[in-house]
Design a protein around this ligand. Structure first.
Ligand SMILES: Nc1ncnc2c1ncn2[C@@H]1O[C@H](COP(=O)(O)OP(=O)(O)OP(=O)(O)O)[C@@H](O)[C@H]1O
Ligand SMILES: [Mg+2]
Length: 230
């Protein structure tokens, strides 16, 4: 599904250069459940932004289904993001003035889905993540775990092929985090490809394999022994 070849990302800070990613080559297959792990500052979020086509690499090639993403115009990149990817990023906050259901409807309006269909789908997705009773709540009226589940429902609204989740359970107590993990796992069982950043070794073991980063280098990309279908 995705192939990165010698991807690098440098930040030029007037004089000093930060090499956030160095020569990363990896492949993610359709239906995979990959965990990205590594110490703080090792390049995990940088890699997620590049995988999600939210940021471009300073070197290397990105192939999505054999198409060279690097060469596509911005508009086409945005279309791919909107139609095929779902994001659960901590920095991707919900819109505070929009209700849960309106937040979930938003990506579908960018995709040109008619109002009635958007609304029905958003309500259905919120039910699926256990928030059928919180449809009209504003984000500030929801708990952290509930907000995260709204973000998941929003990420699912355009039936993504790929979900990119950057520490989706990071701010949550463990029981709430477990609910999120279960949702991600059931999506993966339905065939959705998942790439998840986590600091939690237990969560890493539950993924199909771990992509490990250290100081911007790819340390390992081997299927883990605990892979569920190993
Ligand atoms: N916009 C930027 N400008 C300059 N340096 C940056 C920028 N964004 C990230 N970096 C640097 O790139 C490196 C990788 O950052 P990144 O956010 O990918 O780390 P991370 O592995 O996600 O860490 P964490 O676990 O703390 O979230 C860090 O050293 C960071 O300081
Ligand atoms: Mg990060």
């Amino acid at each position: 599904m995705i192939r990165l070849e010698n991807i690098s990302k440098q930040y030029d800070l007037g004089g000093t250069v930060v090499k956030a990613l160095k020569d990363v080559t990896l492949e993610i297959k359709r239906g995979d459940y990959a965990a990205i792990m590594g110490p703080s500052g090792s390049g995990k979020s940088t890699l997620m932004h590049i995988l999600g086509i939210l940021d471009s690499a300073t070197g290397g090639r990105y192939y999505l289904e054999d198409y060279d993403i690097t060469a596509l115009p911005d508009r086409e990149q945005a279309r791919i993001r909107n139609r095929h990817f779902g994001f659960i990023f901590q920095s991707f906050n919900l819109f505070p003035e929009l209700s849960a259901v309106e937040n979930v409807m938003l990506p579908m309006s960018y995709a040109g889905v008619p109002f009635k269909t958007r609304k029905e789908k958003a309500v259905q997705l919120l039910h699926e993540v256990g928030l059928g009773h919180r449809l009209t709540h504003l984000p500030t009226m929801l708990s952290g775990g509930e907000q995260q589940r709204v973000a998941i429902a929003r990420a699912l609204s355009n039936d993504p092929d790929l979900i990119l989740a950057d520490e989706p359970t990071g701010n949550l107590p463990s029981d709430k985090g477990e609910e999120i993990m279960k949702i991600l796992e059931s999506l993966n069982h339905r065939g959705v490809t998942i790439i998840m950043v986590t600091h939690n070794p237990e969560q890493g073991k539950r993924a199909g394999y771990v992509i490990e980063l250290k100081d911007g280098d790819l340390i390992s990309n081997a299927p883990s022994l605990e892979a569920k279908d190993a």
